[in-house]
Design a protein around this ligand. Structure first.
Ligand code: GLU
Length: 379
């Protein structure tokens, strides 16, 4: 087994994208047999204490079938309407099938807004991490196609999956669709095209080949997949593209088999997101914490709670990066940086408060933590 593949076994947080043709039959119905096969493999991962986020396509396809629409070129309102029908069909089946394996699931529908607006993203992130860590639920994501249109449209689930994988600090992104991997030429046009098992860098030539074949593959084509791979690689996430109908595809990938194409990021497991938090911008303000809180952060890997805050300096918004300062006998030293859940005014009102008293002070209690562990980097 190659070294590149052997590390997949250790991936703890995995985003799996299932393409339309993986979850539906050729006539557009939800493919219960195949979805069961995948659900069984996914449940094995969660039983092994891995966190799995699914990104599913197929809402529009399933909706079209439900409504008996044969026309493939739907206009926007028709696409939005079919998605509304298909999404519940899809989720109903998902719930039933994962239920057979005792694996609870949850539905989260997104548009570009949740990915690009930090406040919204913070909520999304907190929802997903609570589902994953506290409830051990598999979140099933899709674009909210029924309301998503120009301006806020993500468009391709490969892109959605890559953005989510990079922002959630996933270790691995699996893109399972109806292509077996990345080929040196377009396999649909050239019979002797070769599958490339390992990619360390996406070159302009690769992008050109993918673009040339984009017209054929259409939605979710190789060009989008390469863009996603780039996004993932830049964030330190490994991506594997493989055929979602290959038997035991998830098991085999996790076991290190040479299935599909693996895209290896340059920065080996160095958390680029965390690096970004720590170094990309200058802190907007300072939060001074007491000794107990400093210890909890440094020694116990905990989140920063309002109760441990003794002072808030500067003006900042929720979502801004702030410096966390320890106060030792009147001398401050920076111990961490993180993205803060409350703005400076709110934080001043809740500093020193127990989490249960946040609501009393603010009239709302959106978060227990001032800075969640996931958004915090120790320096
Ligand atoms: N959101 C679309 C659907 O569920 C699929 C988009 C894609 O596959 O890229 O039908």
């Amino acid at each position: 087994m190659s070294e590149a593949r052997s590390q997949l076994h250790d991936a703890a947080r995995i985003v799996i994208k299932l393409g339309s043709r993986v979850v539906t039959t050729p006539d557009g119905a939800v493919d219960e047999d195949h979805l069961s096969h995948l659900a069984e493999q996914i449940t094995e991962l969660t039983r092994a204490d891995k966190q799995v986020v699914l990104v599913t396509s197929g809402a529009i396809r399933a909706g079209r079938t439900q409504l008996g629409i044969r026309d493939r070129s739907l206009d926007l309102p028709a696409r939005q309407a079919t998605a509304a029908v298909g999404q519940i069909e899809l989720m109903w089946r998902y719930r039933e099938i994962f239920g057979k394996f005792g694996q609870p699931i949850a539905q989260v529908l997104l548009t570009q807004l949740e990915l690009s607006d930090f406040r919204r993203y913070l909520h999304l992130r907190n929802t997903l991490s609570t589902l994953l860590r506290e409830y051990r639920v598999v979140p099933v994501l899709n674009e909210n196609d029924s309301v998503s249109a120009e301006g806020v449209q993500i468009g391709e689930n490969d892109r959605l999956a890559a953005v989510v994988a990079s922002k959630l600090d996933a270790d691995l992104l699996l893109s399972l669709s109806d292509v077996a991997g990345y080929y040196d030429r377009d396999p649909k046009r050239e019979a002797d095209a070769q599958l490339i098992p390992l990619v360390r860098e996406i070159t302009p030539e690769m992008e050109k080949v993918a673009l040339d074949s984009a017209g054929l593959a259409g939605r979710g084509g190789m060009s989008t997949k390469l863009d996603s791979a780039k996004l993932a690689m830049n964030a330190g996430v490994i991506m594997v593209i493989a055929h979602g109908r290959e038997p035991n595809v998830i098991r085999r990938i996790m076991a290190g088999d040479e299935v599909g194409t693996i895209f290896l990021p340059k920065a080996d497991k160095l958390r680029s997101r965390k690096r970004w938090i720590a170094y990309a911008t200058l802190p907007k303000g300072k939060i001074v914490v007491d000794e107990g809180a400093a210890k909890a952060l440094i020694e116990a890997g905990k989140s920063l709670l309002p109760v441990g805050i003794t002072a808030v300096e500067g003006e900042f918004e929720a979502g801004d990066m702030v410096a966390v300062m320890a106060d030792q006998a009147g001398k401050q030293s920076e111990i961490a940086r993180g993205l803060v859940n409350y703005d400076s005014a709110d934080l001043r009102r809740i500093q020193g408060c127990r989490s249960k008293d946040i609501r009393k002070q603010l009239g709302h209690r959106d978060f227990d933590e001032a800075i969640h562990r996931d958004n915090l980097v120790l320096l």
